[in-house]
Design a protein around this ligand. Structure first.
Ligand SMILES: NC(=O)c1ccc[n+]([C@@H]2O[C@H](COP(=O)([O-])OP(=O)(O)OC[C@H]3O[C@@H](n4cnc5c(N)ncnc54)[C@H](OP(=O)(O)O)[C@@H]3O)[C@@H](O)[C@H]2O)c1
Length: 342
């Protein structure tokens, strides 16, 4: 097939492009040209802003795509008009979505509409968030350049906006917390920094036992490629995550094992910690995800988890840099607690 990918030159999108090419598909990447990537041979780049996708319609139509993959649909405003244009170009589209559509995500961020903590793992069709705009109210914790944009971010509304468009079969893939080389969110960086300094790692007790769904970037890419092209994926709702979600304690130890860390994880009751060192969310609610539907299409992880984490850590240690002021302050606070406990 020939797949038009919106985005595709950064982290997960690039992994999806590589997976598509490896599976024998042709790829057209539509992006602004601000993020350079080593794309596989044969990938066609069309440069432009998705906000003006319509202006590129004829150029894209001439390339004859059979399907599309939207990697960067974040708000209704940036999805609906794009979906309308795609409906004139291709019969089917896959949309990169997130595990934050599930009710568990609202619960862990204390959204009253989503109710109390519950235990069942989310299924592809598991209970969805009742609350909307999951990052509203959390803007203060986000970097300034992301605050305005994330105010209107909601993948639930994005999925719905896409599905309202006629003449387009829409499949969605809800991704877990994705880690890997090139991760712009640097998900291993904070623990790795402590471990490379030879420090013990302090964890609030509630956080130590919390389970979060994760996935390696190449697996996320492979799953997206399947959802975009598999005949049985058309119009479906999918999720993907590692088969068992690690606790935060296991995640810290796995990062430590990958960098040769000899330290300890020091688990401290939440009430003995200053506010800044507590979980920061309701860690009674796990964020787990099971993904039988994509596995039925033939998806399986490409690497053992320890190897996926080792590759991520090898990249992250080179890309670590200095801690930002907030992180530096946290390191000092942690050290004070650890020294007091002897
Ligand atoms: N990371 C996670 O843990 C996680 C978890 C759940 C879901 N997700 C989802 O995964 C997706 C992110 O994947 P990614 O960052 O790896 O995406 P990506 O496709 O690899 O990178 C972003 C792409 O979008 C292009 N782009 C940005 N703004 C554009 C615009 N206005 N017009 C045209 N192109 C534009 C960038 O290229 P240019 O800069 O050249 O334009 C780049 O190609 C998102 O949908 C996110 O919600 C991620």
């Amino acid at each position: 097939m020939k797949v038009l990918v919106l985005g595709g030159t950064r982290f997960i999108g690039l992994a999806a492009v590589r997976a598509l090419v490896a599976a024998g598909h042709e790829v057209i990447c539509f992006h602004r040209g601000q993020t350079a990537a080593e794309l596989p041979d044969g990938v066609i780049e069309v440069l432009g802003d998705r906000a003006r996708l319509g202006e590129h319609r004829d150029e894209l139509a001439a390339l004859g795509p059979d399907a599309a993959l939207d990697m960067i649909a974040m708000t209704v405003a940036d999805s609906r008009p794009v979906a309308e244009v795609l409906a004139t170009l291709v019969p089917r589209v896959a949309v990169a979505s997130s595990c934050d559509v599930y009710r568990s995500f609202g619960v862990l961020h204390g959204k009253p509409e989503d109710g109390e903590p519950f235990v069942e793992p989310a299924q592809e069709d598991g209970p969805l968030r009742v609350s909307r705009f999951p990052y509203r109210g959390l803007e203060g914790k986000l970097p300034p350049e992301k605050q305005a944009f994330l105010r209107d971010y909601d993948k639930l509304l994005v999925e719905a906006a896409y599905r309202e468009v006629e003449r387009l079969e829409v499949a969605t893939l809800r991704l877990p917390m994705v880690y890997g080389p090139g991760d712009p969110q640097a998900r291993t960086a904070s623990y790795l920094r402590r471990q490379l300094l030879g420090r013990d790692v302090l964890l609030a007790e509630s956080l130590a036992g919390w389970r979060g769904c994760r996935g390696y970037v190449d697996d996320a890419g492979a799953a997206l490629a399947l959802v975009a092209t598999h005949p049985d994926a058309t119009g479906g709702t999918f999720a993907v995550a590692e088969p068992s979600a690690q606790t935060e304690l296991e995640w810290v130890r796995a990062i430590g094992a990958a960098c040769g860390w000899q330290g300890e994880v020091v688990v401290v009751p939440d009430e003995e910690l200053p506010e800044e060192l507590r979980a920061g969310f309701d860690a009674r609610q796990d964020l787990t995800l099971v993904s039988p539907r994509i596995r039925a299409l033939g998806f399986a992880e490409g690497l053992p988890r320890a190897e996926a984490i080792a590759r991520t850590v090898a990249w992250q240690r080179e890309a670590l840099g200095d801690p930002n002021p907030e992180e530096a302050e946290r390191l000092t606070l942690e050290q004070a607690v650890l020294s007091k406990r002897g």
